[in-house]
Design a protein around this ligand. Structure first.
Ligand SMILES: [Zn+2]
Ligand SMILES: [Zn+2]
Length: 383
């Protein structure tokens, strides 16, 4: 009798805990709806398009075919995706480029080189495989008309830094690493995958401290653009919904494939893009630019700073409230603002960039930037 009573109590306690847990998770999920803006398509430049960079398919170690991934991305309203299957390069992946379901499917290749993983983009296929040596590979990619991005520098296959920097960019954060690294602490939110996959993705994120620091350090002497990367191999529906590149074009995206392709890669080469965790809120409409001597310079610009001139840096946030924007100069925050539009005067040479944070309740913890701009470089001796 006593034994049965004990068992009953245990079951009752267990049911109570499950109820409590469901209530806790349920209230969080109900509370969460990604912030949205009513962005109307722009009639004047810049024309903003949104896509995902760094995706693996069945052409290397990904689980889905390019066609299937393109369908998922198109359904999510993305304008483009960039496939990056492993290879030296991966020719089959490159051949899959084209328009699919109204989505621009682009491809590069992820090379395993002496320093780590390097993503090659917008190159003409080489006559023989790219070199195993990192610096040589970067030079060969450039000689073939392309550019390269350092993949996941502080996770998975870590990048070993050398004296020479031959690269056009680096990845700031990738969803795949976050997913695997924080599987355990995000376990209580696992059921959210069934109802709001974006919510679960947000719960796996942490601030990429090392990468941001290294990026700022490198940009004191180089020009490197930062990328949010998916590095998706599976769970495409979840991963594609989270980390996006917002690319700013001078003209609407062309319907002609070759033109559209060079529009997107051209903007990436010039740093005319920003990265955003769109699973937390739609970041479309964010702008960062500089004004001075009667000219306007877009994000990514390298501007010569003569002693007589100073520049004004402007930021336009996507929402009028609940956003904090931070101006960062050579890695240090010089101003933080809550207004929709803010500016600072830049007198010192150096690298200026912006991080924006969501300050209303959000599953993103408060130290994770929702938007990371590309820098504007003010250089003393730049011609
Ligand atoms: Zn990799
Ligand atoms: Zn990869």
């Amino acid at each position: 009798m006593k034994h049965r009573l004990g068992k009953k109590r245990l079951l009752f306690g267990l049911a109570f805990l499950i109820l409590l847990y469901s209530f806790w998770l349920g209230t969080q999920l109900l509370r969460f709806s990604p912030q949205r803006t009513n962005v109307t398509p722009e009639k004047s430049p810049p024309h903003e398009i949104v896509g995902v960079y760094h995706i693996h398919t069945t052409f290397s170690d990904g689980l889905s075919s390019p066609d299937k991934i393109a369908r998922i991305a198109a359904r999510q309203g993305l304008d483009f995706i960039i496939l990056t299957d492993h290879g030296k390069p991966n020719l089959r992946c490159l051949e899959s480029q084209g328009w699919k379901d109204g989505l621009l499917l682009l491809a590069g290749s992820e090379l395993s080189v002496s320093r780590g993983h390097l993503v090659a983009l917008d190159f003409a296929p080489p006559r023989r495989p790219f070199s195993q040596n990192a610096e040589d590979a970067a030079r060969e990619i450039r000689a073939n008309g392309g550019f390269s991005v350092i993949a996941h520098p502080f996770s998975k296959v870590r990048w070993s830094w050398g004296e020479e920097v031959e690269y056009a960019g680096l990845e700031i954060i990738d969803a795949d690493t976050m997913f695997k690294k924080n599987l355990l602490p995000s376990l209580p939110y696992l059921p959210a995958l069934l109802f709001k996959p974006g919510f679960y993705l947000l719960k796996t994120l942490e601030r990429p401290v090392q990468t941001l620091r290294k990026w700022d350090e490198l940009n004191e002497t180089h020009v490197l653009y930062g990328y949010f990367s998916a590095d998706a191999h599976l769970f495409y529906r979840v991963i594609l919904s989270g980390f996006h590149l917002h690319v700013l074009l001078d003209a609407p995206l062309s319907a002609e494939f070759d033109t559209a392709r060079s529009q997107v890669f051209g903007a990436l080469r010039q740093g005319r893009f920003y990265s955003a965790v769109n699973a937390a809120g739609n970041a479309a409409g964010f702008r960062f630019w500089a004004e001075g001597s009667g000219s306007r310079f877009p994000m990514g610009s390298v501007i010569p700073l003569t002693s007589a001139s100073s520049l004004e840096l402007h930021v336009l946030a996507p929402f009028s409230s609940a956003v904090e924007t931070r101006f960062i100069h050579n890695g240090k925050t010089i101003r933080s603002a809550a207004e929709k539009e803010t500016s600072v005067v830049a007198q010192e040479p150096g690298t200026y960039r912006v991080e924006a944070y969501l300050r209303e309740w959000s599953p993103l913890t408060s130290d994770i930037p929702w938007i990371v701009s590309n820098p504007i470089f003010l250089r003393k001796d730049e011609k």
